[in-house]
Design a protein around this ligand. Structure first.
Ligand SMILES: NC(=O)C1=CN([C@@H]2O[C@H](COP(=O)(O)OP(=O)(O)OC[C@H]3O[C@@H](n4cnc5c(N)ncnc54)[C@H](O)[C@@H]3O)[C@@H](O)[C@H]2O)C=CC1
Ligand SMILES: O=C(O)C(=O)COP(=O)(O)O
Length: 613
């Protein structure tokens, strides 16, 4: 069994709370400009250079007919509000070509510096490859960027920006429209009357007043739906493991567990982003827990529901009705059982489609695209580099460490009062003025927020985003004696007032605690809760708590081996021999659910969790 890892000498230290102005210091303009020429001369790190909009390297293409030479060209591939088009036309040649086939898009793209889309255009790797390096910006006139291949954009030096707020109210209003239309059979009754029938008995509805509505995902859209449903006299509860209970109380909503939401709701409305954790969140197992006759509304993303399971739940009567704006595949197949089901009301992804929202989104995206073409970094940049290499230099591996610690910490959260209070501790021998932690704090914020939300965090918006979500991030410095050559000895991330999926991650202070260090340029996890471990932060991680006894590494290792999951690293931390120990196992592949179940069934394993880095 591996010996518990040792923390390197942390002699005496003094705790210093950083002054609060430190949290809100303006970002120097030099950090907000992307140094394009520097990128081409190779002065940026690979990642930063990849994401910085590079100037065209392609042979000059023929300008489109009527285009003003010297102005950039923006291709608008889906309908965009007039005010946004006007803004764009003041700055660029604008080509509005709606409904292009993939071939037509690929043919046009080498003539374009920017492309604006909504959810209907797939911007895959082929589009970036076809652009020959000219495409510098993709603007998504809306929230979800599931249709844009972000990795390919970044590799091709193309910045992606979105418009994250202007359609929130429209989506919430559409959720309410579906809720009310479904409960009174509006769509079905309308079709019946138009078919010449008069079926007053068939279309008796259900009332909303006094009914319980469970909102899953209490973010921007979810909270606006809650506010409106309260006005309809509904009892509104919400489940969101990361939302603030105070924010919910302020609008009279109680935050509850997923179990309570599923078992008590008469209506369930979905408002979480589609992530690996929310994929098929409503499935046979969760439908089986619901009240018979429950009604479901989905204006989030189709993928959060297992659509085949929903058909089964509708057929068995567990789900009385569903109202859906979004589908796993859009448009869905014409013979989709779900779409054609008589108890299902559907709309073709219309959540953001109001005149007002589209004007707002058009202005928001036009401003972001114009700014990006000018070389500015918009707050809504989705794949922006955090800072150029000059600033990154020695902090580079700590930046990776900071983001990974944030990602680990948030995945350990099970529930509680939402994430309100995060403390970051930096242990360093450097004087506080010699270590600017804004970038690290932004990366921790990115790690904490991106896995659970539709928001993308960059250096410009990090503090604002945390504040908007009610997360207070404080920083603490531990001054170590020793050489100030290494910028940081270790970083700890503590989340207070939450429960953990892996209770051993709660340290003596009652907070979820993870600690990491950079060793030989590679980020390592060195502590979980009160247990010291040592595992490099690459691939994914399994944490197990077990009775400290011989054979445990072999038992877990052989389950993973049998399932062809490659173990990259293993480390065991224990409090005392033959008591409890925490084992951290780095894995290259994501284990199947059944593999994780087998690990959980090993008798001496008391708790375990799988974490994606
Ligand atoms: N149908 C349409 O036309 C539109 C759809 N949308 C979709 O609506 C969804 C919500 O958008 P916003 O409110 O802007 O995002 P948001 O990021 O403000 O809110 C999402 C919330 O979901 C929560 N969440 C994450 N994982 C969860 C889980 N496992 N269980 C419960 N809650 C969880 C997050 O903590 C967050 O509070 C997104 O999927 C977005 O793409 C947004 C606009 C228009
Ligand atoms: O903004 C979003 O996430 C939406 O789903 C809206 O999509 P749309 O712009 O209407 O194609």
């Amino acid at each position: 069994m591996a010996a518990p890892s040792q923390t390197t000498a942390t002699t005496t230290h003094h705790r210093v709370l950083l002054p609060s102005h430190h949290h809100h210091r303006a970002v120097p303009p030099s950090l907000l400009r992307l140094p394009l020429r520097a990128a081409r001369r190779g002065r940026l790190s690979a990642a930063a250079a990849a994401a910085a909009p590079a100037a065209s390297t392609a042979a000059p293409s023929e300008p489109a007919a009527g285009a003003v030479p010297g102005k950039p060209t923006v291709l608008v591939a889906e309908k965009l509000g007039a005010a946004g088009l006007e803004l764009l036309r003041g700055f660029a040649n604008v080509d509005c070509s709606y409904g292009l086939s993939p071939e037509e898009l690929r043919a046009k793209i080498p003539l374009c510096d920017a492309l604006i889309v909504r959810s209907g255009t797939k911007v895959g790797r082929d589009v970036f490859e076809a652009s020959g390096g000219r495409l510098r910006v993709v603007g998504r006139a809306g929230v979800g960027i599931d249709n844009v291949d972000l990795a390919a954009a970044t590799e091709h030096g193309c910045l992606v920006v979105n418009a994250p707020t202007a359609n929130t109210v429209a989506a919430a209003e559409h959720g309410i429209a579906l809720l009310t239309a479904m409960s009174r059979n509006i769509a079905q009754a309308d079709a019946s009357l138009k078919a010449g029938k008069w079926q007053r008995n068939k279309y008796v509805g259900v009332s909303l007043v006094g009914k319980t509505l469970a909102i899953l995902g209490f973010g921007k859209v979810g909270s606006e739906v809650a506010r409106r449903a309260k006005g309809l006299g509904m009892h509104v509860i919400a489940h969101d493991p990361y939302a603030s209970a105070d924010r919910a109380h302020a609008i009279g909503v109680e935050l509850v567990s997923m179990e309570d939401a599923l078992t008590t709701a008469d209506f369930i409305s979905l408002h979480m982003p589609l992530t690996p954790a929310t994929n098929k969140m409503l499935n046979d197992e969760t439908f089986a827990k619901m009240k018979k006759g429950v009604r479901i509304i989905n204006v989030a993303r189709g993928g959060v529901i297992d659509e085949d399971a929903l058909v089964r739940a509708l057929d068995s009567g567990i789900v009385a009705q569903a109202a859906l704006d979004v589908f796993t595949k859009e448009p869905p197949a014409p013979d989709s059982k779900l779409v054609l089901h008589e108890n299902v009301t559907v709309t073709p992804h219309l959540g953001a489609s109001t005149v007002e929202a589209q004007e707002g989104v058009a202005i928001e995206i036009a401003e972001a695209v114009i700014g990006a073409l000018k070389g500015e970094l918009a707050a809504s940049a989705v794949n922006a580099p955090m800072v150029p290499a000059e600033v990154l230099s020695e902090l580079a591996p700590y930046v990776v460490l900071a983001e990974k610690l944030g990602r680990l910490a948030v995945q350990l959260v099970a529930g509680g009062g939402g994430i309100k209070s995060v403390k970051v501790t930096y242990a360093s021998a450097r004087a506080p003025d010699d270590l600017d932690t804004r970038l690290l704090r932004a990366m921790i914020t990115k790690g904490l927020i991106e896995p659970i939300s539709s928001v993308f965090v960059n250096l410009v918006n990090a503090d604002f985003t945390a504040k908007q979500r009610g997360v207070r991030i404080t920083e603490e410095r531990i001054l170590l004696d020793g050489s100030p050559e290494t910028p940081i000895d270790y970083i700890q991330v503590h989340i207070a007032h939450v429960e953990s999926k892996f209770p051993s991650a709660i340290s003596e202070s009652g907070e979820i605690t993870v600690e990491g260090k950079v060793k030989d340029g590679i980020p390592h996890l060195t502590k979980v809760g009160s247990f010291q471990v040592d595992v490099s932060l690459e691939g994914s991680l399994i944490l197990c708590r077990q009775v400290d006894q011989p054979g445990m590494i072999g038992a877990v290792g052989s389950v993973l081996g049998e399932e062809n999951v490659n173990v990259s690293f293993m480390s065991v931390g224990r409090i005392a021999p033959r008591k409890h120990a925490v084992m951290a196992i780095g894995v290259d592949e994501e284990p199947k659910k059944s593999t994780l179940t087998k690990i959980g069934e090993i008798p001496a394993i008391e708790e375990f969790v799988f974490l994606k880095l």
